[in-house]
Design a protein around this ligand. Structure first.
Ligand code: FES
Ligand SMILES: [Fe+2]
Length: 389
């Protein structure tokens, strides 16, 4: 198994625990092929994985496709309005039955025209009548478990996985005032990136770099020293990070203040900070008074990932005739900040491949890395125990 051994997993313990005493993860966790395969079993085969928003499949017949860990996935809304998640792999000779998104009555596989209903059952398979012991009633696109949390669609390859929402109660309570379940969304932007999914997840949760990498008028109002990291329980499926702002309703644009309508139920406390909600391994929310950015990260390989970056706004925000121009103010600034982050992500991945990459120590401003490590290591160790039993 190469890298994976009892000694390797015993060494991981030093990344668990309080941030003041713990170490960063071994660089191989971000680069090694065997470790990525191990991680598929430890995380991706059993955790709830975000794949998009319910809004993307509002009407009967709506569907969209996506992928994670190399698995092509299809999400549909059936005629009776049920949401379904399934593999997009044709059960004949593995062609993908759908691409992109749209509205349809069913899926005709382009290769030999097997026809699947919106719930994944096979309804027609031409010229199969001479095929012995072929019962089309036994064939269907393999189903995945599905759960909607706060308007986000989560799927699970493990059909027996315990539900997600009860383990996100604390996160749900902390973000309740944003009412994102109903928040209007803009079409997400999808990109492919040459780095490990954890590099991205950690960057989005790193309070330490805010006042350094992003120093300047587009970010100085969210200073690193105002980062706080509420403790998560070991059984929680997600964790929070707050970053106080130097003035209320701070927003990423040159005015440094909200330019879109503020989410109407926000408290004074909410408006005096940015809230980061994290549901590893696929969802990270950046919540400001007038805009929520969500990152839907989907691992594609040890050193590659895909991401949908989406935006949620307050109800009615889009009705303002100047909405696009106001949004542009934010996006122009956000793009500059994101470009700084992505430059770092790309070069960190290169650095992690080096023989000189080390396990280092954390600043207190990296508390969210400790939270992620705890979430990861618990699962890594339990899986290693199971595999070697
Ligand atoms: S591969 Fe789909 S019908 Fe043959
Ligand atoms: Fe950043």
């Amino acid at each position: 198994m190469g890298l994976l051994s009892d000694a390797f997993f015993a060494d991981l313990a030093s990344s668990d625990g309080d941030i003041s005493t713990s170490q960063t993860l071994p660089p191989a966790c971000y680069t090694d092929h065997d470790f990525y395969r191990f991680e598929q079993e430890a995380l991706f085969n059993h955790e709830w994985l975000c794949v998009g928003r319910e809004d993307q499949v509002k009407n009967p017949g709506d569907y969209f496709t996506t992928q994670i860990i190399g698995e092509p996935i299809l999400i549909t809304r059936t005629r009776d309005r049920a949401l379904k998640a399934m593999s997009a792999v044709c059960q004949h000779r593995a062609m993908l039955v759908a691409e992109g998104a749209g509205n349809t009555r069913g899926f005709v596989c382009p290769y030999h025209h097997w026809v699947y209903a919106l719930d994944g059952t096979l309804v027609n398979a031409p010229a199969m009548e001479r095929t012995c012991d072929f019962d089309k009633g036994e064939v269907r696109l393999p189903p995945l478990a599905l759960e909607v949390w706060q308007g986000f669609i989560f799927v699970n390859f493990d059909l027996d996985a315990p539900p997600l929402a009860p383990r996100l109660a604390k996160v749900a309570e902390a973000i309740a005032n944003y009412e994102i379940e109903e928040a209007p969304m803009l079409a997400p932007i999808t990109g492919q990136f040459p780095w490990n999914w954890k590099v991205m997840f950690e960057n989005n949760n790193d309070g330490y770099h805010a006042s350094k990498l992003h120093r300047g008028p587009l970010h100085d109002f969210v200073p690193s020293e105002r980062a706080t990291f509420p403790e998560a329980d070991p059984t929680d499926a997600g964790f929070l990070r707050y970053n106080g702002t130097t003035h209320p309703d701070a927003s990423f644009n040159p005015t440094q203040r909200a330019v879109l309508p503020i989410f109407p139920k926000l408290s004074e406390e909410d408006r005096g900070r940015m809230t980061f909600a994290n549901i590893p391994p696929t969802l990270s929310l950046v919540m400001t008074s007038d805009l929520v950015i969500y990152l839907n990260l989907r691992a594609a390989g040890p050193e590659t990932m895909e991401q949908d970056t989406g935006i949620l706004v307050a109800p009615g925000a889009m009705e303002d005739p100047a909405f696009e121009h106001r949004l542009e103010m934010i996006m122009t600034s956000a793009k500059k900040i994101i470009a700084q982050d992505m430059h770092v992500d790309e070069l960190v991945q290169k650095g992690l491949r080096s023989r000189y990459a080390v396990r280092s120590r954390y600043s207190w401003q990296e508390g969210a890395q400790g939270q992620l490590n705890r979430w990861l290591i618990r699962r890594y160790l339990a899986t290693w125990e199971r595999m070697r039993a």
